[in-house]
Design a protein around this ligand. Structure first.
Ligand code: KE4
Length: 428
């Protein structure tokens, strides 16, 4: 019997490449038919066949307060009555810039964009323009959006310059991106010893969320700070995922490291297309129209998106919210790993605020090479088992998961009930 999702997927694939507008949604790494959703409310959403799911993707992070949060929906509907976009400055953008600066002390100025990719792409251009240098450093397994300079994989040798990680990226552009192992202090120090004077910036996810979730060693982030200071390079924290997701001040507030620039997205848009980059005033003032580094966007600072973001951040400012969110996230992870262990499966997990990594291996990985050692086949069976039980995890073993502030004890109970059934099936 062809389900509504299958019919929609067949139709979608005729007119949209792969049937999706972002590759990970196509279920290609887990197999099966992607679910086409039509409604969400709080921690749950419903697909085209009317099947209900508890959502642990939360639109890849933006939905800190769940689907169709009433205050955000009401705010968006109200502001839209006054116009969708002006292509001119509004007070709302000043309010959001001031709010971000008040929440994240490393920000002295910010520029709003419409996606995280725009934010990281612009931050790289700004770092290159400010320093007059060309090379940048990123880390294997970190994803910073699909800007050409950042879709680059490690070169053949440990310290060789990068190679394109996608067709369509000129090799000579990719060669200006050095790719190192995450958490590898020795490789980082050696890289700067050899290339330091030509490096414009390091861009790093301070908690990695695009190779599943990998925590940084404090010494690793500290070394990123030290070598950039020593060699006059810019330290960019890509907090598109972690910003206001792991803590109100982002990962930088947890690890106590002050970057020169920070990129933000997801939560600050509350589900609408909105992102930002910001940091030291002397760097940011190199941006057009003040300075020589060009950057622009038709819908940058759009009043409807900014309104959603302002309300999302206002709701996030409730005292004790991140502690409660972290407790719930930890409870989901501990519950699942304990059940798995009872059935003889050695899983590990990490959780910070409303972000988690569920690893199908006994130890939490510390870099991409270790992430690749996970039991991906078991993950796929777990994914589909939970999906059939109405629990929706990221359709890829290489993604972090997310809990919202409206996931409660009922969702925890149902999730663990589903996990009990699934691991029992997997064990027999
Ligand atoms: P967007 O261009 O997708 O708004 O942001 C790119 C980006 C930048 N930096 C980090 C740390 C990110 O995680 C992202 C986007 N994250 C992915 C999830 N792994 C978005 C989901 C998707 O690509 O469909």
């Amino acid at each position: 019997m062809t389900t509504s999702n299958e019919k929609l997927f067949d139709r979608a694939q005729l007119v949209i490449p792969g049937g999706v507008n972002s590759p990970v949604r196509a279920f290609r790494s887990v197999g099966g038919t992607p679910r086409f959703f039509k409604k969400g409310k709080g921690p749950r959403f419903w697909d085209a066949a009317g099947q209900e799911y508890i959502d642990y993707v939360c639109s890849w992070g933006p939905l800190l307060h769940g689907h169709a949060n009433p205050e955000i929906v009401q705010g968006v509907c109200a502001i839209a009555q006054d116009g969708m976009s002006f292509g001119a400055p509004t007070e709302l953008e000043i309010n959001l810039a001031e709010r971000l600066i008040s929440l994240m002390p490393s920000l002295e100025m910010v520029r709003l964009t419409s996606s995280g990719t725009e934010a990281t792409m612009s931050a790289i251009r700004l770092a290159r323009g400010f320093t007059g240098r060309t090379n940048i450093v990123k880390f294997d397994g970190c994803y910073h959006g699909h800007g050409d300079a950042l879709l680059v994989k490690a070169g053949s040798g440990a310290l060789t310059l990068g190679q394109p990680d996608s067709k369509g990226i000129p090799a000579d552009l990719a060669s200006h991106t050095l790719v190192l192992p995450y958490n590898d202090v020795d490789a980082l120090q050696a890289c700067f010893k050899e290339y330091g004077d030509s490096i414009a910036a390091i861009i790093v996810e301070p908690i990695a969320g695009n190779m599943n979730m990998v925590l940084p060693h404090h010494s690793f982030l500290q070394t990123c700070r030290e070598v950039t200071q020593e060699y006059g390079a810019i330290l960019i924290f890509d907090e598109v995922m972690t910003g206001f997701r792991v803590a109100l001040g982002g990962a930088q507030s947890i690890y106590g490291i002050t970057p020169d620039l920070t990129t933000l997205g997801k939560v600050i848009g509350g589900g609408m297309p909105l992102a930002a980059f910001g940091g030291r005033r002397e760097i940011m003032e190199h941006l057009a129209p003040l300075g020589p580094v060009y950057q622009a966007g038709t819908l940058s600072g759009n009043p409807v998106a900014v309104t959603a973001g302002l309300i999302n951040l206002q709701l996030a400012s409730e005292p004790g919210l991140y502690e409660r969110l972290g407790d719930m996230t930890r409870a989901v992870m501990d519950g699942i790993t304990n059940i798995a262990e009872r059935y003889g499966f050695n899983l590990s997990s990490c959780a910070v605020g409303g972000m988690f990594g569920l690893h199908f291996q006994a130890q939490c990985p510390t870099n991409l090479k270790e992430v690749m050692g996970a039991d991906n086949a078991l993950f796929k069976r777990f994914f589909h088992g939970m999906l059939n039980e109405g629990v929706y995890f990221a359709p890829s073993a290489f993604e972090a998961g997310f809990v919202s502030t409206v996931h409660g004890t009922q969702e925890l109970h149902e999730t663990l009930e589903a996990a009990e059934k699934v691991f029992c099936q997997l064990a027999n």
